[in-house]
Design a protein around this ligand. Structure first.
Ligand code: ADP
Ligand code: 5SP
Length: 565
């Protein structure tokens, strides 16, 4: 362990985390700062503010800067020897934007190590103090405008990898420009959360990341450049306004392993990082997650963080309005396919809390009653007379399908589909129904990204929810991976993937000129399956997987009824 440490940060919705690894991929330290708890003065709930009247969700940028200082302080208290850190990368929640002022570059370049970061940057480095969050649904008008002008969802997906989505940065920038014209005018540069974080570490505004830029609806993935037609729509006005927005966005760094430069002197002098410590592009949390595992064809990652995402790595750029494609964060010619759900862990927590109110909860495991309820009934809660239960649980408006907030419970029997009345044991029957519903939705949509049968080889579960055995079992039953469900032992997959990226960036071999050892080759030589993952469910169960397959059409019907109700 003489050759140094490599840090992977994760600036996600509810917390900022870091993992330090050595060059054998062994984790040395994990620390986190939870916004609601550790920065209470910002009064966020689950890391954000909401304005339900306008469907807005946003987070204070100053809180993230303050949390970085607290996190570095915690690392110091935990005894991390900053002098050993050779490389840093990271991940940010996707789509969120940070609007820098004209003062930003000067303030970033002149940080005083005797003072904390936050008061040196906030408010003067920003033209706007808030960052729109990925749970925001306020941009319906902007999305429609862009999609109509570009020629529809299919075409937009072909160009940018996704149809327009409320949370994507292009529609968000367009709304920001319309609602706050002065602040937009005063914006010198726009970062994503990922490149904002890299900027804090570099002490200058960092370029956008090659993969995270695909979450903006602005980047032409096949042609590897901003799409000027869409930029023009977002910028409004004419040629000048278009060029102005291109200037605000700045450059995109095509090499995910690029050495962007050394860490800023602020961190050298305040914390003792070596001057040579390099910063590598910080990517989105989902692209970083796929770097935590050596994915093979037909492997799927299900990330059970605040959002639920299903991720695959593929050489085929096959687009659809039903899912997202991103450029791969490290490997040119590969892409990341993704489904993203707003109603992940917070929706499960809501059912859990209702169950804990209805029954006597366990004193030691807040999930015990939920898990027992989920596992004590057969698939689809099927009764002896063939009645099946299908529910939809969207406490927040949902992304897939595009649907307003609500809870719907349906009964499917020989006479068809109807809304449940008193034949649903609320909230107990909701436990299995929510897990099935979340997995059926993934199975319904991930099919085109997988085999002709839609059956995965392995499902890897990561993130907070992967600690839960009932969630893992129902995932195995519904998705039916032929080789089982595996959990990454370190729950913090995107910080881990980021740390791997930092290590690869520093130690990748040069093959010739600008050609480097691939991330996949680099990782597979060092990655030890036995210590990194454990099997948490057998996956495919004959008869049960087929039964869920038969239920897919009815499930799709329930989604339509919910969306149009
Ligand atoms: N044992 C568990 N069972 C189910 N969910 C869990 C469990 N432990 C943690 N979680 C969920 O994990 C979520 C946080 O996951 P995490 O991956 O840290 O999210 P993020 O990166 O989005 O902040 C919490 O909202 C919590 O509900
Ligand atoms: O919007 C998306 C992906 O498109 C979300 O996955 C965000 O990237 C937030 O992630 P977490 O806070 O759940 O890690």
């Amino acid at each position: 362990m003489s050759d140094g440490l490599f840090l992977g940060f994760d600036l996600s919705t509810q917390q900022i985390k870091v993992i330090a690894i050595n060059s054998k991929l062994e984790p040395v330290l994990q620390v986190n700062v939870e916004f609601d708890v550790d920065t209470p003065e910002y009064k966020t709930r689950k890391g954000v503010y909401t304005n339900p009247n306008l469907n807005e969700v946003f987070a204070p940028v100053a809180m993230w800067i303050k949390a970085l200082d607290i996190l570095l302080g915690k690392m110091q208290s935990a005894g991390l020897d900053f002098a050993k850190v050779r490389g840093i990368s990271g991940a940010g929640q996707q789509h969120g934007s940070v609007f820098w002022s004209a003062e930003a570059e000067r303030l970033l370049a002149s940080l005083n190590p005797d003072l904390p970061l936050e008061p040196q940057l906030s408010p003067n480095a920003f033209a706007h103090d808030m960052s729109p969050n990925w749970q925001d649904h306020s941009t319906a008008e902007e999305c429609d405008y862009i999609e109509q002008n570009v020629g529809g969802a299919e075409i937009l997906a072909q160009i940018t990898g996704s149809k327009t989505h409320h949370r994507f940065t292009g529609p968000q920038i367009m709304r920001f420009r319309r609602r706050h014209p002065n602040r937009y005018e005063n914006t010198a540069r726009i970062s994503l959360v990922s490149s904002f974080f890299a900027s804090l570490l570099l002490g200058r505004i960092a370029p956008l990341d090659v993969s995270d830029v695909c979450g903006m609806n602005l980047w032409d993935i096949p042609n590897e450049k901003f799409n000027e037609e869409i930029i023009q729509l977002v910028a409004g006005g004419g040629e000048n306004e278009k060029n102005e927005l291109l200037r605000k966005l700045g450059k995109v760094e095509p090499d995910g392993g690029k050495n962007l430069g050394p860490i800023n002197d602020y961190y050298v002098n305040r914390y003792g990082f070596p001057k040579s410590c390099t910063i590598t592009p910080i990517t989105g949390d989902n692209p970083a997650t796929i770097l935590a595992l050596p994915l093979r064809p037909l492997d799927v990652i299900v990330s059970l963080g605040t959002s639920t995402t299903l991720l695959v790595s593929t050489p085929v750029y096959k687009t659809s309005p039903a899912y997202h494609m991103f450029s791969h964060p490290t490997s040119k010619g590969l892409y990341m396919g993704m489904l993203c759900y707003c109603n992940g862990s917070l929706a499960r927590e809501k059912v859990r809390d209702e169950i804990n109110t209805a029954v006597k909860p366990s004193e030691t495991d807040v999930w015990a009653a939920f898990n027992e309820a989920a596992l004590s009934v057969p698939p689809l809660g099927t009764t002896a007379d063939g009645i099946k239960k299908l529910g939809i649980y969207f406490p927040l408006p949902e992304i897939v399908p595009d649907c307003k907030a609500g809870t719907w419970r349906f009964i499917s029997d020989a006479s068809g589909l109807r809304e449940a009345t008193n034949d649903w044991d609320i909230p107990i029957a909701d436990a299995r129904a929510i897990l099935e519903s979340q997995n059926l939705s993934m199975r319904l949509r991930a099919g085109p990204l997988l085999s002709s049968t839609g059956q995965p080889r392995r499902v890897y579960v990561v993130g907070g929810g992967s600690r839960n055995p009932a969630i893992c079992q129902v995932t195995g039953e519904v998705l039916g991976p032929s080789e089982g469900v595996y959990r990454l032992e370190l729950s913090n997959a995107c910080a881990l993937g980021s740390a791997y990226k930092a290590l690869w960036s520093v130690q990748r071999k040069v093959i010739r000129d600008d050609l480097y050892e691939s991330f996949e080759d680099f990782l597979s030589q060092r990655w030890d399956e036995k210590t990194m993952i454990s099997e948490v469910d057998n996956g495919y169960r004959k008869g049960i997987w087929e039964k869920y397959g038969e239920a897919l059409a009815v499930f799709a019907e329930t989604e339509k009824l919910a969306a149009y109700s």
